[in-house]
Write a protein that binds this ligand. Structure first.
Ligand code: UT7
Length: 325
C-alpha cells in the first residue's frame, strides 16, 4: 500500500518570542476594602496579592490577546504571515461562538491560519504550549502563536470577597518554532474530572465559584509531583532548573510547591515567579505573563531552563520545561 505524503516536521521545538499585555487600570487591596468586607492585610497574608489589573468594559479579551500576540511575533523577529496556526487558551470568552483565535489571527494579520481556542482553565497555557510544540514537531505548522488570555472580571461577582480579590485580567503569548534540539520538554498533563465541581461557572447566568480550601489542598499536594514528572520526562535534573514559573493562583501555593521542589533537589537559588503580587490570578494568562515580566526585569537570561506548571478548574494540570528565548 502506498503511504500518504507527510510534511516534514522538526526534531524539536522552542519558544522563539514572548509578549504580554495588561490593562492600565490597577485595583489595590485598599480599593477592594472600600467595597467589600476585606482588608489589605488579609489579602496579602492569605493570597499574596497587593494589586491586580482589571480591563475596562470596552477592553475585550480578544483585544488583550491581539496585543500580547503581536508583541510575541515582533519579539521573535517574525512577520504575522510567518505564523501558521493560532491557539488561544482561555476559559472566559464572553461568546461560545465565534472563538477568540480566529478573530485574533485576523486582527494580527495572520492569513487564513488554523485558529482554535483551548479551555483547560488555569492549566490552559501549558496545554496549548504542548499542542503548539507537537504541531511544529509533526510538521503541521512551522510557527505557532500560543496565547493565554482572560477577562476573568466578566465572570466574577464584583462583591464576592472569596473570588473578586483573586481574579484579574490580562494576556501572555509565546511563538513556538522549529529547533534542532528539543527546547520544549515533553508535557506532563492530566485531569481529575471527578473533582469538576470544585471550581465552576454553573450556567450562563452564574459567576465563578470555587471551593477555595479544597482546591488549595489539592494544589499544594498534587502539583509538585507533576512538576517533578515534567523535569524527569525532559531527561534533566531538578537542579538543572533555573526558574520556576507556576500558575499564579496564590502565593502560599507557589511557595509550598517550591519548597517541595527544593526538598527533592531543586537549587536553593532557584528563581521563583511571584508575579501574582502585582498581577493577581489571571488563569491561563498567568504563566506567560510571569515569564515575560521576569525577562523584562532581567531576572532570566536566554537559554535558562524554566519549569512551567499550570493547574485549576477541570480539575486539570500540565507542566513542561522550556528554554527561555
Ligand atoms: O486559579 C485556579 C485555582 N485556584 C486556586 O488555586 C485557589 C486555591 N485557594 C485559595 O487560594 C484560598 O483557599 C483562598 C484565597 C480562595 C481563600 O483563602 P483561605 O485561607 O483558604 O480562606 P478561607 O476560605 O478558609 O476563609 C478563612 C476565613 C473565613 O472566615 P471564618 O469563617 O474563619 O470566620 C472567611 O470567611 O477568612 C474569611 N475570608 C475573608 N476575610 C477577609 C474569606 N475571604 C476573605 C476576604 N477578606 N477576602
Amino acid at each position: 500500500m502506498t503511504s500518504f505524503a507527510a510534511r516534514p516536521g522538526s526534531p524539536g521545538s522552542r519558544i522563539v518570542g514572548l509578549g504580554s499585555f495588561q490593562p492600565d487600570t490597577v485595583v489595590s487591596n485598599h480599593d477592594l476594602a472600600k467595597i467589600m468586607d476585606t482588608s489589605d492585610e488579609w489579602i496579602r497574608e492569605r493570597v499574596g496579592i497587593v494589586n491586580r489589573r482589571v480591563a475596562k468594559p470596552e477592553e475585550l479579551l480578544v483585544d488583550m490577546a491581539v496585543e500580547a500576540g503581536a508583541k510575541a511575533i515582533a519579539d521573535a523577529g517574525l512577520a504575522p504571515t510567518d505564523i501558521e496556526a493560532v491557539l488561544v487558551a482561555t476559559c472566559t470568552m464572553p461568546s461560545q461562538i465565534p472563538n477568540a483565535a480566529a478573530q485574533v489571527a485576523h486582527r494580527i494579520g495572520v492569513l487564513a491560519a488554523p485558529a482554535f481556542d483551548l479551555n483547560a482553565a488555569c492549566a490552559g497555557f501549558c496545554y496549548a504550549l504542548a499542542t503548539g510544540s507537537d504541531l511544529v514537531r509533526a510538521g503541521s505548522a512551522r510557527y505557532v502563536l500560543v496565547i493565554g488570555a482572560e477577562k476573568l472580571t466578566d465572570w466574577v461577582n464584583p462583591t464576592d470577597r472569596s473570588t473578586a480579590i483573586i481574579f484579574a485580567d490580562g494576556a501572555g503569548a509565546a511563538v513556538v518554532g522549529p529547533s534542532e534540539e528539543a527546547a520544549i520538554g515533553p508535557v506532563s498533563w492530566g485531569s481529575a474530572g471527578d473533582l469538576s465541581g470544585m471550581i465552576a461557572v454553573e450556567d450562563r447566568d452564574s459567576f465563578i465559584f470555587q471551593e477555595g480550601q479544597s482546591v488549595f489542598r489539592w494544589a499544594t499536594t498534587q502539583i509538585a509531583p507533576i512538576a517533578i514528572d515534567a523535569v524527569e520526562r525532559a531527561g534533566i535534573e531538578l537542579s538543572d532548573v533555573d526558574v520556576f514559573v507556576p500558575h499564579q493562583a496564590n502565593l502560599r501555593i507557589i511557595e509550598a510547591i517550591a519548597k517541595r521542589l527544593k526538598a527533592k533537589g531543586a537549587r536553593d537559588d532557584l528563581k521563583i515567579a511571584r508575579d501574582i503580587v502585582d498581577s493577581g490570578n489571571t488563569s491561563s494568562a498567568s504563566i506567560p505573563l510571569a515569564l515575560d515580566h521576569l525577562r523584562q526585569a532581567g531576572e532570566i537570561a536566554s537559554g535558562d531552563v524554566a519549569l512551567l506548571v499550570g493547574f485549576g478548574a477541570g480539575l486539570s494540570y500540565a507542566g513542561q520545561v522550556v528554554r527561555c528565548p
